[in-house]
Write a new protein. Structure first.
Length: 321
């Protein structure tokens, strides 16, 4: 069930602690990526693997990649920028060039490695490099074959989704999109029991405002259930049992939130009847304004229904649209 509202009554009960205050400082301007010399496509000697993994002798992106190129060109028209960014990232990570890797990032960058947080600028990225580009992620990057990448509307994916390269237009013509790192996250640990995906669809006016101000999105997810008679002392005034919550902040231009279910408190299921439910709200990150600027749909349904397919939530500007 979806309805449009700014703040829902049920969502407010669960999310009051998550909605107050500005979550962080104003983001810096996006770092400029791309522009690497295409000579990086040649195999080169690699001095070390900076993240502590086994050394890699060479980077040789010479495999047959015609199918991947065709997929990229179907979705994004031009593939040259994606392959250049792919090669540049592999080369920089394998060489341990932290600054070069940071130049390939579209800041602010939302990551899910060693906790969920937003990396605001190149300096923070370099300072936290070893926490972000872990040995496992470094290995995923340097061993990925371009011919084997997954390509979809989100961009080009390394491994099981640990790293994504996405393009954005710097002008209306968009003849040469800027391709950069749009997401870094740890690989999923085993099977996800309660996978939940939220796709946020902004109106044209909202997208223009959000992109102009490099504004982020906050996605608030609350799991809950109706208390059994035996557990009524553990429920709130509405007879609901809290089953956990999550509130990731998405980087500017990111429009998808993926939840692995790790915040779901399975040990409380015996306190509820009728199965677990989920409530989802979306607000702006309030970096460019002290107040939320979005009027978004909200979602509430059983967790079983919510995990069947991605949940689309539309957002428009709260004022001026």
């Amino acid at each position: 069930m979806q309805r449009r509202t700014t703040i829902t009554t049920l969502g407010t009960l669960f999310l009051l602690w998550g909605c107050g205050g500005s979550p962080g400082a104003d983001p810096d301007a996006s770092a400029q990526a791309g522009g690497q010399d295409m000579e990086t496509s040649k195999a080169m000697e690699i001095p070390r693997n900076p993240a502590g993994g086994e050394s890699v002798d060479t980077v040789e992106p010479t495999e047959d990649d015609s199918e991947v190129i065709a997929q990229i060109e179907t979705l994004f028209s031009s593939s040259e920028e994606y392959k250049a960014a792919f090669i540049a990232l592999q080369t920089a990570v394998a060489a341990g060039d932290e600054a070069a890797v940071s130049e390939l990032v579209d800041f602010p960058l939302s990551i899910s490695v060693d906790g969920r947080r937003v990396i605001m600028n190149p300096e923070q990225f370099v300072n936290e490099y070893d926490r972000i580009i872990t040995p496992a992620i470094a290995s995923t990057i340097t061993t990925q074959k371009f011919s084997d990448v997954l390509v979809n509307t989100q961009g080009v994916m390394f491994g099981d989704g640990e790293v994504w390269l996405s393009g954005r237009c710097e002008d209306e013509a968009c003849e040469t999109p800027l391709v950069s790192i749009s997401r870094i996250q740890e690989a999923p640990k085993g099977d996800v029991e309660f996978p939940l995906t939220v796709d946020i669809e902004l109106s044209d006016a909202a997208a223009k405002r959000m992109n102009k101000d490099a504004e982020t999105l906050m996605v608030y997810v609350s799991y809950f259930g109706f208390a059994t008679p035996a557990a009524k002392d553990m429920a709130d005034d509405l007879g609901l049992v809290d089953l956990g919550s999550a509130s990731p902040e998405l980087a500017p231009r990111s429009r998808q939130a993926v939840f692995d279910g790790s915040q779901f408190k399975r040990d409380r299921l015996q306190r509820i009847s009728g199965g677990p439910r989920v409530n989802i709200n979306v607000l702006s990150g309030r970096h460019s304004s002290e107040d939320n600027i979005l009027d978004c749909d909200f979602y509430e349904d059983s967790l079983a229904t919510a995990t069947r397919s991605p949940i689309p939530l539309g957002c428009k500007l709260l004022r001026g649209e």
